[in-house]
Design a protein around this ligand. Structure first.
Ligand SMILES: NC(=O)c1ccc[n+]([C@@H]2O[C@H](COP(=O)([O-])OP(=O)(O)OC[C@H]3O[C@@H](n4cnc5c(N)ncnc54)[C@H](O)[C@@H]3O)[C@@H](O)[C@H]2O)c1
Length: 399
């Protein structure tokens, strides 16, 4: 704005020098006054941020969150910012969105870097929460090679950064490292039952390699690492098109469509609310425990019961239809959280119905926004096996 004013000022002086007529001078004066008014208005506007705790410079940590514009990352950023730390988000916006973190844009403690972690990054930080990776099957299968690169090269880059700046690194692994488990519930000591060449391998196996790399760096380079094995998590800001159980059922219910079960619907899952996970991640980072820790909610539900509960909370009476089972779809998943309870004094607090109510409110407003927008193409979700098959069999995927 100031440069615009200068431009007008110089034009004004130029006009004076050229002895131009009075009409032009008056017009120019009016334009300058109008611009001055607009600047005054802009200066009056102060963005209101969520309340942030004051920390002294010695208490404040410089924290990097990779994948901070995603579902889990953005909630973690909210927590770390509110706690008073200086937070840098690094994201390539593959599945994340600026809207998830816009509440912090312009805050002096916040910085956003548009960067792909497959490339090196040089910044000064004390802690790294390393979350960047596509997380849902349609997203991680969309470009399997890129998923592998993100979890391997990306994690090496983050471990290299942690070594250079002596930062502590927390890696978000997944319950998928257990594959289709033969042990139930799954403790951290279970080594898993993973198909190394199946459609999910790009994710499961690259997360397993990433865990191995964290341990190699810890042993060889004395990096402080923390490994969270996250089980199914849900909540506001979940990607509407992530093709997972909760989002699919909510969208189908809101849209008054049939609820689709793959297989007989007796597979079980446990669902963790996002606030519980964020508490667990922060507790793990702050702990002295360096082995993997399961973070999940051990309450177990069949997929069928989950569909019926969501239908009930939404308040519709959609039909439930059964389709063919998906390849490598685990039959049972439930965390054993004994370690998290013992080492972190952590356990999830949110009941499924309570968490679903908050999540459904968010989905409802997103669906309304979408329905009232002209950009309908931005709203897309996978809800059929055919669509998933199309992605898996497309030439973008090399199995
Ligand atoms: N949500 C869950 O239920 C769940 C379960 C197990 C593990 N996890 C793990 O938690 C982490 C976060 O998951 P989420 O649910 O928030 O997923 P998400 O897709 O919402 O977020 C992932 C973020 O990483 C970013 N990203 C992806 N590749 C990147 C790259 N190469 N460079 C920079 N940024 C990149 C995406 O743009 C996105 O913002 C992931 O590592 C995931 O494997 C999540």
């Amino acid at each position: 704005m100031n440069s615009v004013l200068l431009y007008f000022l110089f034009s004004f002086i130029g006009l004076l020098a050229n002895g131009d007529n009075n009409d032009s001078l008056t017009k120019l004066k009016e334009e300058i006054l109008e611009l001055q008014k607009r600047i005054d208005n802009l200066e009056k506007f102060h963005k209101k941020y969520p309340r942030v705790k004051y920390l002294s410079i010695n208490e404040q940590r410089r924290i990097l969150v990779t994948g901070g514009a995603g579902f889990v990352g953005s909630h973690l950023v909210d927590r770390l910012m509110r706690d008073g730390h200086r937070v840098t988000v690094v994201d390539n916006f593959f599945t994340g969105s600026k809207a998830n973190i816009e509440q912090w844009f312009g805050h002096p403690n916040f910085e956003l870097i548009n960067h792909d972690i497959v490339n090196s990054l040089f910044i000064e930080v004390d802690e790294i929460y390393h979350l960047a990776s596509p997380a849902s099957p349609p997203h991680y299968m969309f470009n399997a090679i890129k998923t592998i690169k993100t979890n391997t090269l990306g994690t090496i880059n983050m471990l290299g950064l942690a070594r250079r700046v002596k930062a502590k690194l927390l890696f978000t692994s997944t319950s998928e490292v257990y594959g289709d488990p033969e042990v139930h519930p799954q403790p951290e000591t279970y080594w898993g039952n993973v198909n190394p060449i199946g459609p999910r391998a790009c994710y499961d196996e690259s997360k397993r390699v990433a865990e191995a790399m964290c341990f190699a760096y810890a042993r060889q380079e004395k990096i402080q690492v923390r490994i969270a094995r996250i089980f199914n998590t849900y909540g506001p800001r979940m990607n509407l098109n992530d093709g997972r159980v909760i989002s699919n059922f909510i969208i189908q219910s809101l849209r008054k469509q049939n609820l689709t079960l793959y297989g007989n619907g007796n597979q079980t899952r446990s669902f963790q609310y996002i606030d519980d996970l964020v508490n667990g991640l922060v507790a793990l980072m702050n702990s002295n425990y360096s082995k993997p820790v399961n973070l999940g909610n051990p309450d177990e539900f069949t997929i069928r019961d989950t569909a019926l509960l969501i239908r009930d909370v939404v308040g519709n009476s959609n039909e439930v239809v059964v389709k063919e089972k998906m390849e490598d779809d685990p039959q049972r998943r439930k965390p054993d959280i004994t370690v998290a309870k013992r080492e972190l004094n952590w356990e999830p607090k949110t009941r499924l119905r309570e968490g679903l109510m908050k999540t459904i409110d968010y989905f409802r407003s997103e669906v309304d926004k979408n329905d009232n927008s002209e950009n309908l193409h931005t709203f897309y979700y996978l809800n059929s096996k055919d669509e998933l098959d199309e992605i898996i069999n497309s030439d973008k995927i090399e199995l």
